[in-house]
Design a protein around this ligand. Structure first.
Ligand SMILES: [Mg+2]
Length: 180
């Protein structure tokens, strides 16, 4: 079934996701991929991202980082956000890590949304775990012109998803009105 690859929503970046609207829909936790979702692969958290998580925390939304990367990478990312929990070596799209994340946050899959840049890991795992998901445009540097084969497959999947309206916008209106 192709639908297991379909995200609930697509957004240009995490900054386009309206947390208050998610909370109003009963979403209590957000699980984030790190690399190419929050920062360029391997980069430290930027001041903008640190401000984003500080603001998120203020809203009462629970947050957790779910990464296929190792503990030193996650530790480096949360250096200035030691309160932010993470699950490393998550082996996405295996649902195991997603379940562990929900358990740590004390939420059910139905109350959780996964935010990531890859359909074949982040989104597939969310669907397998019964969690909603938001696909963000992957962060890349201006000089990066090469796109991997999997990205082309993602474009095909997103094209097919658009033809099946019931899979689009499944969270309702949850994006911010202003563009970044
Ligand atoms: Mg990623």
């Amino acid at each position: 079934m192709l639908s297991q690859y379909y995200p609930y929503e697509c957004a240009e970046s995490v900054f386009r996701i309206d947390t208050e609207k998610l909370l109003a829909r009963g979403i209590r936790a957000m699980i984030f991929d790190i690399d190419n979702t929050l920062v360029h692969h391997g980069d430290d958290a930027t001041p903008e991202i640190e401000a984003y998580f500080a603001a998120l925390r203020e809203t009462g939304m629970k947050a957790l980082l779910l990464s296929n990367n190792d503990a030193p990478r996650c530790e480096r990312f949360i250096r200035n956000m030691p309160w932010l929990p993470y699950v490393c070596d998550a082996d996405k799209p295996d649902p195991k890590g997603y379940r562990r994340a929900a358990e740590l946050l004390g939420v059910s899959p139905a109350e959780t949304v996964v935010v990531g840049d890859q359909i074949f890991t982040d989104i597939l795992g969310a669907n397998r775990s019964g969690m909603a998901s938001i696909l963000v445009h992957f962060i890349r540097l201006p000089e990066e012109t090469h796109i991997g084969k999997r990205r082309y497959l993602e474009y095909v999947i997103l094209f097919l998803r658009r033809l099946q309206k019931k899979y689009c916008g499944r969270l309702g209106d949850i994006l911010t009105n202003e563009r970044d």
